[in-house]
Design a protein around this ligand. Structure first.
Ligand code: DLZ
Length: 156
């Protein structure tokens, strides 16, 4: 049996041994928690056993690169998903945090040679952020798909 989402086709048997860590910021909890729930539901739907999905909470998006680095350095996980929501109205430096988090997450992936999924949503308003997390655009599902695809990805 294969699962289809956009172009994703994965045999659930391939996922049985994957271990995924999700780092989730505590800021904007309703939105991050909603995204987290969608991500976890999708991972289980794809075929990951619940016990292979580890969730770690951290204060805010600025801490996501360090937390991802530490989690992946443990050697336990195949892939990390970093979830956070930054809203312009709430922090004047949301743009800087968004950029540094994105650059930091890429650095972790390249240095540790493990995939890191950038699940940081940066928006101008709460309504926009809501739309992109638990509203009409449910990015958590995409993050789960990307994580599994990259954890299994090999150069051919
Ligand atoms: C301080 C802060 C503010 C004002 N806004 C957000 C936000 O909208 N989203 C988010 O994930 N984190 C925010 N933070 C917290 C920072 O990411 C970080 O946790 C603190 O600056 C401590 O390093």
């Amino acid at each position: 049996m294969s699962l289809h989402s956009s172009s994703l086709q994965i045999d659930p048997a391939e996922c049985a041994n994957l271990k995924i860590v999700i780092l989730a910021a505590r800021f904007n909890p309703e939105l991050v928690d909603g995204m987290l729930q969608l991500t976890v539901e999708r991972l289980k739907e794809i075929g990951l056993p619940e016990e292979n999905i580890i969730i770690q909470r951290i204060p805010g998006s600025a801490e996501l690169p360090y937390a991802s680095q530490q989690a992946l350095k443990s050697g336990v996980f195949d892939v990390a998903i970093a979830l956070g929501v930054l809203i312009a109205g709430e922090t004047q430096h949301h743009d800087i945090v968004s950029r540094t988090a994105s650059i930091g997450l890429q650095q972790v992936a390249l240095e540790l040679e493990k995939p890191v999924i950038n699940g940081v949503i940066s928006a101008e308003t709460y309504a926009q952020a809501e739309d992109r997390t638990i509203g009409k655009i449910q990015r958590g599902i995409e993050f789960a798909d990307a994580a599994v695809e990259m954890a299994l990805w090999k150069i051919k």
